[in-house]
Design a protein around this ligand. Structure first.
Ligand code: TRP
Length: 453
């Protein structure tokens, strides 16, 4: 608990923090999850609801987590212990640590697929006659291979976290994020210049509200939380490496803006190509991994663009996975006095083991699903963490800040170093009255729709 003084590492600049936080936010959520959720939930109408969720719930919670972290200079459990000693609020931090661990376990499975595909696409390009969709389905549904790639990805993540906040997280985020941006632009140009791309653009940009239900709204909410990395302590933890003099509202706006921008750009890279080459947008989690390889196979220079895409996906996944592992690591360092290296390695092993069933959901555990959910294992991990744990974490954080820590104190902390106070006033109001209530309503309706549909 006393790791917060001079010993605690801090981001070296404002840009370093923004890039690290954006690196956490921008990940599989933007490039894999956002497009398939958009495809499943009716295109532009979903996007509109998503944007409202980011503005009304996502941004305020982003500010909230940064402020709590900067104030308490501790891991998620320590933050609540410091600001509300002798109360059960530390359990909110514990829930956050647990959720981060859980998300990372299946995140590594999907990230493993992307790395495996980099070399698979090359192989595929070398054998023109093969059925690509089938070949890629076979990768996901084999037993050992995806687990090996999942393990390799965890090793990479552990290596960066073991190197520390500045030399690991900040350094690699600063190098990898610009690379990601350039790759994405190249892909967009390719996609929208394919003949017949227009139909995809229409689907992507023209809302159809006929498909919107309670499930859609819960899906948009969970997507906003997942994509912004909020609700499970990642931003709390990154916020705790801020110096007292660092400002927050502007940095949070950068992070939310970059994250949303990259998600929208990823859709722009995918949908025109999917439509132009005659595929279905509603393919679900397989959209990037089964549909896209087939799309690349039909596209001029598809092998090249395929490698580019999966490389992009792998980089984005890596800078996010490190933020997930950092939460558990920070907890072990700050609360249990472990060394950084030991914490990262032990948690890496545990995360790997817990993730294995998510990988086996397409092979040994195929067809198994929990009653009422009707989802494969990976989707089940995803649904539980993103539709239940993240919103729950969001509610608890907002209620804690607005009523326990207190609106006045929170406002003073957020407003530190700012001249205009109107944005801080709106923020407190959102955190006290809008965020908790809206999340509860959306969760209730969405869960009802899921089980009683
Ligand atoms: N935001 C990341 C993505 O979009 C995933 C992620 C990283 C995350 N850290 C998180 C999600 C914390 C929820 C909470 O891929």
């Amino acid at each position: 608990m006393d790791n917060s003084g001079k010993n605690r590492e801090h981001w070296q600049s404002r840009a370093g923090f923004i890039l690290a936080a954006a690196g956490s936010a921008i990940g599989l959520g933007n490039i894999w999850r956002f497009p398939y959720m958009t495809g499943e939930h009716g295109g532009a109408a979903f996007i509109l609801i998503y944007l409202i969720a980011v503005l009304l719930l996502g941004y305020p919670l982003l500010v909230n987590e940064m402020a709590l972290g900067r104030k308490a200079q501790s891991d998620p459990v320590g933050i609540f212990k410091r600001l509300a000693p002798q109360s059960p609020w530390w359990l909110t931090g514990a829930l956050a640590v647990f959720t981060g661990f859980f998300i990372l376990s299946y995140y590594a499975v999907v990230a493993g697929w992307s790395f495996a595909y980099i070399y698979k696409v090359v192989l595929a390009a070398a054998s023109p006659g093969m059925d690509h969709a089938l070949a890629f389905r076979e990768h996901i549904s084999s037993v050992v291979e995806p687990i090996v790639w999942q393990g390799l990805f965890v090793v990479l993540t552990v290596a960066i976290i073991a190197a520390g906040v500045v030399n690991g997280i900040q350094r690699w985020s600063t190098i990898l994020m610009p690379v990601l941006f350039v790759l994405l632009l190249v892909l967009i140009v390719r996609s929208i210049t394919l003949p017949g791309a227009g139909e995809g653009l229409v689907y992507y940009l023209k809302p159809d509200f006929g498909k919107v239900t309670g499930r859609t709204v819960l899906a948009a909410l969970s997507q906003a939380f997942f994509s912004l990395s909020i609700g499970m302590g990642a931003i709390l933890t990154y916020g705790s490496y801020l110096r007292k003099k660092d400002e927050i509202t502007g940095s949070a706006a950068w992070v939310a803006g970059l994250d949303t921008g990259i998600a929208l750009l990823a859709g722009l890279a995918l949908f025109p190509a999917i439509f132009a080459l005659g595929f279905e947008p509603g393919a679900g989690p397989g959209l990037a991994f089964i549909t896209l390889p087939a799309v690349f196979a039909k596209m001029p220079l598809g092998g090249f663009f395929g490698v580019l895409f999966f490389f992009l996906l792998g980089i984005a996944a890596l800078t996010s996975a490190i933020s997930l592992l950092e939460v558990v690591t920070a907890w072990l360092i700050d609360e249990k006095g472990w060394s950084r290296r030991r914490a990262a390695v032990c948690m890496g092993i545990a995360v790997f083991i817990v993730g294995i069933p998510a990988s086996l959901g397409y092979s040994l555990l195929k067809g198994f699903s929990f009653p009422g959910l009707g989802m494969d294992m990976l989707d089940t991990y995803d649904w539980i963490s993103n539709s239940i744990f993240l919103p729950l974490g969001g509610i608890l954080t907002a209620v804690f800040t607005g009523y326990v820590w207190g609106g006045t104190r929170a406002a003073r902390e957020v407003g530190r170093g700012r001249k205009a106070s109107s944005i801080v006033k709106i923020w407190v109001w959102l955190i006290r009255y809008v965020v908790p209530v809206l999340i509860i309503v959306i969760m209730a309706v969405g869960i009802y729709d899921t089980f009683v549909r």
